[in-house]
Design a protein. Sequence first.
Length: 336
Amino acid sequence: MVQTNTAQGKAVLPLDAKENVSLIGIDWGSTGLRIFLIGQNGQLIDSREAASGISVIQGGQAAYVRVLQELAGDWLTSWPDVPLLACGMVGSKHGWQEVPYVQSPADAHDIAINILSIDAGDLRPVHSRLGIVPGLLYRGDAPDVMRGEETQIVGALQGQPDWASQSCIVMPGTHSKWASIVDGKVQAFTTHMTGELFAVLKQHSVLGRLMPAVQGESSDVSFIAGLDVARKMMAQGLSHQLFSVRTLGLMGDMPPDGLADYLSGLLIANELLAGLHWRSEQGLAHAPLILTGDASLCGRYSLALSRFGVKPDAVLLNSAPAGLWHLAFTAGMLRS
């Protein structure tokens, strides 16, 4: 049975709880920025977001400081002594300050003790430091990495001993992650460039030419058609499946408004079929399967999984704040 975790959503506590802020958390990815007010017990008090990912930031520390002040300058002034902790691509080679990866297997303690503390410059009225969470490195058949998702995993496991014991956590996104959790550690993980492939193919390939410039409402019918075709044509390979996006449009067998959803179905189906096979190889075929991330994406993945006869054990809408708080607590950043 799918459970939706709404306790980790936005503005779950009353305004007077803001007096109990213990951490300002930041989740800074390639395409977006989210900042959180987090309470003394790790609950989310409030959040803000902007399309100010590191890919659009030009300049060094001053540029990062300016973006944060524009989004939440009042928070930074109101709580000048509250610790700051950031995760995501802000700690990458192209971010504010590169933080070395921690190699898997790794748990929350391994991640927390490798948080890098840097001078936050003029971010707040008083001298402040910013902690940046390291990403994870997994050396399988080829190296694999994550930044930000490790914090989501830490948050997802809080208060869930069964999941920490053994589970598979799936994080849909631009670069979807499938993580194997055993004894509280991220044992292994694999990345699928599903979201990025969708954007590139839609915007820069022949497949997008028959799609409308402005996409209408999503079509589950077309999405499910893509799922079904991918499963039937799996032996013929993804590159052949993808060409059907064009031919269905050319022959008029699918309306232009449905082609993008059909393409999404093809790509997500290929990810899921590979991911479920990987899950079995990791010995987790009967372990809890958890989705965490954006609500609409998790909804699509849930629909796709159900089409393949698989039901997620839970869907978490936003586990990053809980992860940031736990890592800050483990690192000794929070006042007792």
